[in-house]
Design a protein around this ligand. Structure first.
Ligand code: HEM
Length: 293
């Protein structure tokens, strides 16, 4: 799609930094957002706007809903809404860090950073558990169909919605699980990525099998591993033409559909969860007409 933010459909970069911002009390962020629209090209920096920000601008973004919260036996899925999200992408970690700093300074009069997480590509797109992530992503035209909004209204077509969750892995616990249990928790064999027909219903790929939903629930996953001095996990990022497919998958993973909880929860847990609307681009700038800018 020619006017979607190019970073959404592009291959994963080697490095990334995710910035999350809150709106400062009483701030009128119009000037800062206009500056952001010029500075973020949608490729080296993908931008998402939260419902909290749209609300502050007295605009409603059709399809942008609150992130759900689930709590059950062994499951806690938090909802941590934010105003603004930036996914800085590149090949050089220093360059990304300096770009992030410049962005923070540019936005500082209206926004404060509430979290900054560095992420990286591991091997050919592996999670830190060693399993390949992204195999069943839709390809080519189907990826565009899943991820990008088709709409003729100015400022609407070419947009996308994104679900972002930071997951923290318990890698010791995972390492202590027998190989068979590890494979069964994902539903694929780590050594050759083969799907396991006989995996239990709790296996992650059985819970989320995109064709098994009505309607089918295809998403465009662009997750990356992250690690700091004490913790590590996956920054789960899924783009969609709407949030419905992700919503349906998460509901089933949490056991809220049929009582079967995704086996991922035995060794990892989400600590954040938010939805954003990713505006289209127009001439290498973010197109913010849908929110009146
Ligand atoms: C720590 C968190 C997660 C990890 C480590 C993880 C890992 C994986 C792996 C290894 C696969 C198999 C290969 C592939 O097709 O990509 C997979 C598939 C998939 N995951 Fe996740 N995932 C996580 C969270 C989620 C969440 C939160 C969702 C959505 C709510 C999700 C949705 C999917 C989907 C749709 C598939 C493909 C299913 C299919 O159609 O075969 N994942 N994931």
């Amino acid at each position: 799609m020619k006017n979607s933010q190019p970073g959404i459909l592009a291959p994963l970069p080697s490095h990334a930094r995710y910035l999350t911002f809150a709106l400062k009390q009483g701030a009128r962020p119009h000037a800062e957002l206009k500056a952001l629209a010029g500075a973020a090209d949608g490729k080296a920096c993908v931008v998402g706007i939260g419902a909290l920000l749209a609300f502050a601008l007295q605009k409603e973004i059709e399809g942008l809903k609150p992130f759900p919260h689930y709590r059950g036996e062994g499951v806690e899925v938090p909802s941590t809404p934010a105003a603004l999200w930036c996914w800085l992408r590149g090949e050089d970690r220093g360059e990304i860090f300096l770009r992030a700093r410049a962005l923070e300074k540019m936005l500082a009069s209206a926004f404060e950073v509430t979290s900054a997480v560095d992420a990286f590509r591991h091997g050919k797109g592996l999670d830190l558990t060693g399993y390949e992530d992204g195999t069943e992503n839709p390809k080519g035209r189907k990826a565009v169909e899943a991820a990008i909004v088709r709409d003729r209204r100015p400022g609407q077509g070419g947009a996308s919605f994104v679900a972002v969750q930071q997951w923290v892995h318990d890698l010791d616990r995972f390492a202590a699980m027998p190989q068979k249990e590890q494979d069964n928790s994902i539903g694929r064999r780590r050594k050759d990525n083969k799907e396991l027909g006989g995996a239990p219903a709790s296996a992650h790929v059985k819970r989320t099998a995109q064709e098994s939903f009505t309607p089918e629930a295809f998403v465009w996953r662009r997750s990356m591993p992250w690690a700091d001095t004490t913790q590590a996990g996956l920054m789960f990022v899924a783009f969609g033409k709407s949030l419905d497919a992700f919503d349906a998958q998460l509901k089933r993973m949490a056991g809220a559909e049929d009582g079967v909880v995704d086996a991922l929860f035995t060794f990892t847990r989400p600590v954040t969860g938010a939805y954003y609307w990713c505006p289209p681009v127009k001439g290498k700038k973010l197109d913010l007409r849908a929110i009146g800018l």
